[in-house]
Design a protein around this ligand. Sequence first.
Ligand SMILES: [Fe+2]
Ligand SMILES: [Fe+2]
Length: 661
Amino acid sequence: MMPAWARTIRFQVALSLGLMFAALAGSAGYGLYALNLRQHDYEILNLSGQLRVTSAAMISDARTHLQDPGSSAPSSERERAMYVERLRRHMALYDQIISSFVARRLDPELTGRSDALVCNWDSQSRSQLQRSSDDWRLFRTELVRRLGAGDQGPQAAAAAAYLADNGDRLARSSSELSRAFQLMMERKASALRLFDEVVLVAAAVTMLSLLALLYRRMVKPLRDTLSGFSRVARGDLGHQVPVQGAGEIRQMTTAFNQLSERLNSLFRLTDRITHGNTLDETLRFVLEEFRAFLPLDWVGVFFPSPDGERLVLERQYGDHGTALREGVSLPRSAVDLNPDAPATIDDIAARDAQDPSGACAAMLSEAGLGSAMLLRTQGDGTGALLVFASRTPRAYLPEHAELLTNVAGQVTHALDKTVFMEGLVVSAVQGLAKLAESRDPETGDHLARIALYAALLAEELGRSGPYAGDITAAYVRAIHQFAPMHDIGKVGLGDDILRKPGPLTAAERLEMQRHPVIGAEVLRRCESQVNARGYSIFGMAIDIAEGHHERFDGTGYPARRSGKAIPLAARIVAVADVFDALTSRRPYKDAWPVDKALATLELLSGQHLDPDVLAAFFRALPRILDVHDRFKANAVDRVAASAATAEAVPETAAQLSTASA
Ligand SMILES: [Fe+2]
Ligand SMILES: [Fe+2]
């Protein structure tokens, strides 16, 4: 594994430059060396050439001397002396060159250079040198013997004759030496050429590998990143470049990918939160999408109470184990913040209850949270407080606050829109439910009770059993909202059937059994109206209205569906409806005691009612009975005020029908 510093561009560039400098210096040094070597060889060749020239000169001098006819004339005396002197000079030069070669040291006086040259002979040159030197020694000895000490005519003639007869041997010997040196130098030159070629190939390979490395580690990653930049610039947000290279290039690519991913998330975030059609959806999107940017374990939204004094927790979304009690509230003064500028509580546990955000911190510590960011939105309809929190203390950095500031506008807009829509839906639902209630003699508090029973049942189903984890807080809220609409179809029935005191005839019963179909039809029309505006609101209400008289064994109406083919919301409402029908007074029967009603419910398990839902009903029984008892007490109270109620109901119905007309 390469250490990190070795992967940085500055190191790699420095290394490449260093290698290039070393190669240049090496090649210059090598050039100098080769030049020096050539000069050296030239000196040796020159000297060995001089041997040849000297031997040739001695021979030709000798032959000229012997051919001289008047060797006794006085002029010839002088010429003979000159001949002898020349011969001695030639012998001295030859001797000096040969002994220098043997000693492997060429003195400056021979080469004319400032320093002595040291020579190396290969084996062939060395043996030839040995032979030539031996030849010379013998030749010289004989020559010296014949020449004697003086320069008398006979001695000079004897030496010349010896040279003329045997000089060719000396000439051959010096030629062979010169040839041996030449061959040695050619061998050396071809070795040098081979070395040159090898070095050239090695340099080319090194250069190519260096280029390939540069391309792979720098040029290509840079080019890919550049094309990534232009793709992002063209709007392909989230485009990821393959992370290649090392060091700074790798860091740059990684940073680019993060930037691209963040841009994409930011874009998706604003897109999703502005497309949320319900408050729940919008807040769920906020939680899901903000996670990419913030440490986030819990999101809560507080709305002002009707009197504007307090901020009440309306919705919260958090991971398992992070939840506040429903309906907790804060005095408005405790979170006196600038709108659209988030405030951070860096350490919830350390926050003193006395300081301004202490009340908020104390509340959040209940859910096991460590730090939080608070954002006041200044919407037309909301002015809500959004709380983003993490379990970790000091999880939020200034850049997180900056991000929130940037998207606060979008969040406010999205909240406004969904709060407004939800308000509209809730009042429409309440209006419709009350409209149905006003014409139905079986009511009393039937609708209020059934809403609570269904909500408790759904909550219990979400806790354990086959639906555990599937049922969300939003589902529970929705079923609480829509269960009262189960009999909405009864608005389409005539008073003759709806208010008939006695038992119904078969034909009347068939007419009565049309109410689920009528209800679903009415709600479908509402749904298609809101669908046209991009919302979906009544899905569950349709399921409930249509399916609440289906039976688990398939003997119900209108579609004779069975088991799981009946929507879960309808199966839940069926249990709530039957229990409430049994325990309430109706024109044709008294209210049954709870024990008797429960025994009957048990008999209906798997026939009329879903056994899983019924099991949840029995698990939730204590809380269901609380509701039952509370309404029973209310009913007793209300007997006294029945006259006022009797007048109030038609009045409300009249207002509603005017409003919906
Ligand atoms: Fe019904
Ligand atoms: Fe009912």
